[in-house]
Every structure is written in structure tokens, then in C-alpha cells.
Design a protein around this ligand. Structure first.
Ligand SMILES: [Zn+2]
Ligand SMILES: [Zn+2]
Ligand SMILES: [Zn+2]
Length: 510
């Protein structure tokens, strides 16, 4: 604990005891949005089951060359000899004979728990064994040392006493297996159960720069940060041989004043308040009291308003057709409805345009958080007075729209894609923090669809150019231009340049 505080202070952060949240991580200095607040390596991380044969089991990279298999157990895969050697000395020397012995295992969640437990246990064991040696390590600004990483993990909440008997039984069985496989001298079998409890409320899913999950990791410093449904920071990941064990990058998506708490979100904040609170309570054992959850102001908690505000597409479809709802029906109707809305003076169409036109400048220009929230409130009042009986934005219509959006992109049906894409953007702008990676990535996809459908139409090019500018601005804040995220920012810049060239060309021809 002492060394954890020391490490955090060096990075301009402070960890305070808190009666309701256990601990609170605050910043001691002003942090501008789009900054990297802190980076830290994992205690252990590895690919999710579907990625085990695709990504290097040491650095998690997808190498250009085919992966090399361990010739003894044939169970693990590496990009090259260097990664294999690193894994060998870290854990594989001990785990290889175990893999060989256990034969083919089903790759599921229990497997993930067991594998994570083995790796973390071996690392903590090594640390505890040589504790006197590690004690001499000085806490430095350059990297997270072993002492801080391991000691911090040992202080994390486990909520063991709140677990169901079934869950504890399952953990007990895994701990028993792992304990008998590894020759642990400094960790007891019972402590391994606590480790498993810690994993279940602290581990992170690793997402790539497109937000697709590819791994799981234990990060002790990252675990110190509390949840908010309106977070001011996000976690990004950098993998590859330079960073070896998956670097976790904490980035600010808002300006954070000195003394303010830093928060991330543990769950998808697009869910309604009830669903969010239920999930947070079941998995993390707390009642969220963030500004969004505790506010009575309905217009701030947008997802709560969804139901009242607009029409649920699926319901509408049902009413109009009076027939069995199936995937194809919904798809076709959604598309035709979107197309109609574009052509007629349908209130839904004007809402979409209204929201996009009103909120887009906030994404491209410097506006304060309160201005943005105020704009949202104005929009909601407007929506309320224009159409009160229609419920257009719901989580289910959002997920079906997202699915059809990607289907249409695959089919290269650009017009249908961008019509759906605008609808999705509208909802995203309302429910996610304005500099959220999901918004940046969606703006980029939308701009591409529009660009492919422009056919030298100047207005269209202008609009797609506005969208790509917003994408660039957002991704620079969320992804930054460091690490492998540089690629996505570069792609956006290239597209923006193309659009600008096209616009200049049209101007010149006039
Ligand atoms: Zn590798
Ligand atoms: Zn092996
Ligand atoms: Zn909340």
C-alpha cells in the first residue's frame, strides 16, 4: 500500500480511503482531455479462447509470419523464438508439462480463470519468495516495478464474502487444481480462492483499436479506478514485443481538474439505468451513485428517457404489419423506414438531422462539457414537445440497427449503410460521453459510407467531410497517435485529405 501510494504520487495521482467506494483515485494536477494519464503492464494477460490459435500467447500480437508452436506441449503459440523464451522463463517452463498432461481442454470461462490463476500465482509466488530482494527496488517514474505491481494486487477487493455458494464451489475446485499442479510455498490454496474472486471483479477485457475484444488481463493499478456511467477516462491497450505483457493505457476523455476523481466505465454505458445498476451490483457489488445514476434530471440520464421519447422500431413494425416479427422483416422495414424518413418530412428524420447538426460542432470544436450537456437538454425538451408518443430510441432497435449497418457495409450498399449509420450516430451521441472511442470509430465508418455514395455530389462531400473531421478530432482524443493506434488515426487523415482534394477540385471547376 505504501509503495502503491508512492508510485501514484510520482505520477501526479493520489489514492484516498473512502467509506463508500473503499478507495478513490484522484489527480493532483490538471489533466487535459486526450492525455495519457498512466500506463502499466499486466500482472498476467492472454488471448481469449477464440484468439488462442491466432494471437501470440506471450505478446498477444497477430504476427505476419505463421505462429510457432511449442514443440513439447503443442498447446501454445508464439510469434518467434524471442516470445517463446520470454514465456518460458515467466511461466511456460512450469506450465508446459501440465498442459501436456491434461490433454485437450475445453476453452471456456473456467479455462480462462484457471489459466489466469496459474500465471498470476506463479508471478506472486516468485515475488514473495524473493521479497527481500524486491524490497530494495526503488519506485520510479519509468515503469511499474514488480513490488508495486504485486503488492497492489494483494490489496484489491475480492468481495469473497458476498459470493454465492455455487460460485465459491467452482472457485474452490479451480484453486484445488492449480494448487496441486504448482509447487507453491508462499501462497495457500485458500488464498488462491481469494485471487479468483479478485479476478472476477477486477480483471479487464482487452479491446483492440476497433474495440473488438481479444484478451483478458489482470492490471493492479488499473483496478484502483472506480466506475462511473459518465466516465472521464478510458482504457486502451498496446500490445507487441516492445511492451511484452500488454500495456494498459489510461486516457482522459475530458479535462479533469486537480482534486477530481478519475473514473472509467466497467460496463457498456449504453444500457438503461436499471440494467446498469443490476449488472454493477451483480458483478461488482456496489450501487452506482455516479452523476448519471443519482440525477433526477431526466434529460441528463438520456437512456432513461429513451422509452418515453420516441417509438420503438420493432413495436412499430409489429403494429404496421401485424405479422410475425422475424429477422428479415425487421431488417427490410428498418431500411425502408429509414429511406422514407430521409425523403419525407417525417418527424423522426428531422430529429436525426436536428441532433446530428446540433451536436456535431461539439465534436469538432472546443466546447465545454457543461455546454454540451446544456445542448442535450435543449434537444430533449424540443423532442418532448414535438413528438411525445413516439419511442424511437431503444437499446434493442440500436443493436438491430448496428447489425444491419455492418451487413449493408459488407454488401457495399452505401446508401442504406449511411442512412442506418446516421440513426446509430444520433443514439450514440445521446448516450455515450462525447469523446468515446465508439463515437470516433462510428464517425469514421459513417464517413466512409457517405464518401462511397457521393458521386461527386458537392453537398454530400461537404457533409462527409464534416463527419470525418469529427472522427479525426474524436479519435485523436480517445486513441491518441501513439502505439499501434496510430494506424487508425492515419487512415482517417488520409480520407480527410482525399475529401478536401475533391472539394478543392469541384471549386476549381466552377
Ligand atoms: Zn509474440
Ligand atoms: Zn509447451
Ligand atoms: Zn452510474
Amino acid at each position: 500500500m505504501q509503495c502503491t501510494s508512492e508510485f501514484l504520487t510520482l505520477h501526479g495521482l493520489s489514492l484516498e480511503e473512502n467509506p463508500t467506494t473503499y478507495r478513490t483515485l484522484k489527480t493532483l494536477k490538471h489533466i487535459s482531455k486526450g492525455s495519457t494519464i498512466i500506463t502499466s503492464p499486466s500482472l498476467a494477460c492472454f488471448p481469449i479462447p477464440s484468439m488462442v490459435n491466432i494471437r501470440c500467447n506471450n505478446c498477444l500480437e497477430i504476427p505476419i509470419e505463421p505462429l510457432k508452436t511449442c514443440s513439447r506441449c503443442h498447446k501454445t503459440f508464439y510469434c518467434n523464438v524471442k516470445c517463446q523464451k520470454l514465456a518460458w522463463s515467466a511461466h511456460h517452463k512450469i506450465l508446459c508439462p501440465i498442459y501436456k498432461k491434461e490433454g485437450n481442454k475445453v476453452l471456456d470461462n473456467d479455462y480462462m480463470d484457471e489459466e489466469m490463476l496459474r500465471r498470476v500465482a506463479l508471478r506472486i509466488e516468485k515475488y514473495l519468495k524473493k521479497k527481500t530482494y524486491y524490497e530494495t527496488e526503488t519506485v520510479s517514474l519509468t515503469g511499474l516495478n514488480e513490488k508495486v505491481n504485486c503488492e497492489t494486487f494483494l490489496t484489491l477487493m475480492s468481495h469473497r464474502e458476498k459470493r454465492t455458494p455455487e460460485q465459491l464451489e467452482k472457485f474452490k475446485a479451480i484453486a484445488k487444481n492449480v494448487f496441486s499442479d504448482l509447487d507453491l510455498q508462499n501462497i495457500t490454496q485458500d488464498e488462491l480462492i481469494t485471487y479468483l474472486c479478485r479476478f472476477s471483479c477486477n480483471n479487464f477485457n482487452l479491446d483492440d483499436s476497433q474495440l473488438f475484444p481479444f484478451g483478458e488481463g489482470t492490471y493492479s493499478i488499473g483496478s484502483l479506478i472506480n466506475h462511473s456511467c459518465r466516465p472521464n477516462a478510458i482504457m486502451m491497450y498496446s500490445i507487441g514485443q516492445q511492451t511484452s505483457s500488454g500495456l494498459q493505457i489510461l486516457r482522459s476523455i475530458e479535462n479533469i481538474k486537480a482534486g477530481e476523481e478519475i473514473t472509467i466505465s466497467y460496463i457498456d454505458v449504453a444500457m438503461s439505468r436499471t440494467s446498469r445498476q443490476k449488472l454493477l451490483n451483480e458483478k461488482y457489488f456496489f450501487k452506482c451513485q455516479c452523476s448519471r445514476c443519482s440525477s433526477d434530471n431526466v434529460s441528463i440520464d438520456i437512456t432513461e428517457e429513451e422509452r418515453k421519447v420516441l417509438v420503438n422500431i420493432e413495436q412499430l413494425t409489429k403494429m404496421r404489419n401485424n405479422e410475425e416479427i422475424n429477422e428479415k422483416n425487421i431488417k427490410d422495414l428498418l431500411i425502408s423506414q429509414m429511406q422514407q424518413n430521409q425523403m419525407t418530412n417525417d418527424p423522426i428524420s428531422s430529429i436525426i438531422s436536428n441532433i446530428i447538426i446540433t451536436l456535431l460542432p461539439h465534436l469538432t470544436e472546443e466546447t465545454s462539457k457543461s455546454d454540451y450537456i446544456q445542448t442535450l437538454e435543449v434537444l430533449f425538451n424540443k423532442i418532448h414537445t414535438t413528438i411525445t408518443n413516439q419511442n424511437f430510441f431503444t437499446t434493442s432497435s440500436l443493436s438491430s440497427a448496428t447489425k444491419h449497418f455492418y451487413d449493408r457495409i459488407d454488401l457495399q450498399q452505401w446508401r442504406e449503410s449511411w442512412i442506418l449509420g446516421r440513426y446509430i450516430l444520433t443514439i450514440y451521441l445521446l448516450i455515450y460521453p462525447r469523446f468515446h472511442p465508439i463515437i470516433g470509430l462510428h464517425l469514421f465508418s459513417l464517413a466512409k459510407c457517405m464518401w462511397n455514395d457521393t458521386y461527386k455530389d458537392k453537398d454530400k462531400i461537404v457533409e462527409s467531410y464534416e463527419i470525418i473531421k469529427a472522427a479525426k478530432k474524436t479519435l485523436e482524443i480517445t486513441h491518441g497517435d501513439g502505439f499501434e493506434n496510430r494506424m487508425i488515426v492515419t487512415q482517417v487523415m488520409d480520407l480527410a485529405t482525399n475529401m478536401q482534394t475533391e472539394l478543392t477540385e469541384i471549386e476549381r471547376k466552377k
